[in-house]
Design a protein around this ligand. Structure first.
Ligand code: BG6
Ligand code: MG
Length: 218
């Protein structure tokens, strides 16, 4: 039986995936790496430094930058990202998410957050959703990022559940892969082509209700 939900943040609870993309696109332009829809989708769920490596690789630029220069590029990206985050309000919560969080909370389900973002607490604060997520996986504690299952296994551990008792919610292919490998039931929100490995698919967040999840469970 399902007893808990492990949530991704960016692109699931709020529209910050657009801000991440915007800020990475600036980095790609700066270093001269080609930007594509494929790269943009591939970056979703990927940690800050791994994202930078992917962008550099797309431009065959991996060896052009020293570690210090890479850190500087990632820091600049984060500064630009935080400028966008600082303008956020609860209006940036994606449609239906607040209602769904209330529905599962009132239904007695446990909740945790499995975001790769070191900015997750700041983003939750901006959205005034901090109280919903007393349990947050610390991305600094991870040895491997998504698609490795570690983050979703930790998300279940934080709420004292077995992965089999949890549903993980994701907008990224790397995230769905992580949920599946952790042994949780996966919900993919967004393009069904990209999230084809998810157990349950929703085109957007407004469709996510317990009744609609039930309909796709077998
Ligand atoms: C993930 C996003 O949630 O967090 C990625 O989908 C982002 O786009 C990653 O790169 C790391 O975020 P941050 O805020 O620690 O740079
Ligand atoms: Mg995401």
């Amino acid at each position: 039986d399902i007893k808990g939900f492990v949530f991704d943040l960016d692109g699931v609870i709020t529209d910050t995936s657009v801000f991440h993309s915007q800020a990475w696109h600036q980095v790609a332009d700066k270093v001269g790496a080609p930007w594509s829809k494929e790269l943009e989708d591939g970056l979703k769920g990927i940690s800050r430094m791994d994202s930078l490596e992917m962008i550099l690789k797309a431009g065959n630029l991996q060896d052009k930058y020293t570690e210090d220069q890479k850190v500087a590029l990632a820091t600049e990206k984060n500064t630009n990202y935080l400028k966008l985050v600082n303008k956020m309000t609860p209006a940036n919560i994606l449609p239906g998410i607040k209602a769904f969080l209330d529905e599962i909370k009132n239904g007695g389900y446990l909740l945790s957050l499995a975001s790769a973002s070191k900015n997750a607490p700041t983003v939750l604060d901006k959205l005034q959703l901090t109280d919903y997520f007393p349990k947050i996986v610390d991305p600094k504690s991870l040895s491997k990022g998504k698609p490795d299952p570690e983050i979703y296994i930790k998300g279940a551990e934080l709420i004292d559940l077995d992965p089999a008792q949890c549903i993980g919610v994701e907008d990224a292919a790397a995230g769905v892969e992580s949920i599946n490998a952790a042994g949780e039931t996966s919900i993919g929100i967004g393009d069904k082509q990209i999230l084809k490995d998810a157990d349950i698919n929703f085109a957007d967040t407004s469709e996510m209700t317990l009744a609609n999840i039930q309909k796709q469970m077998n």
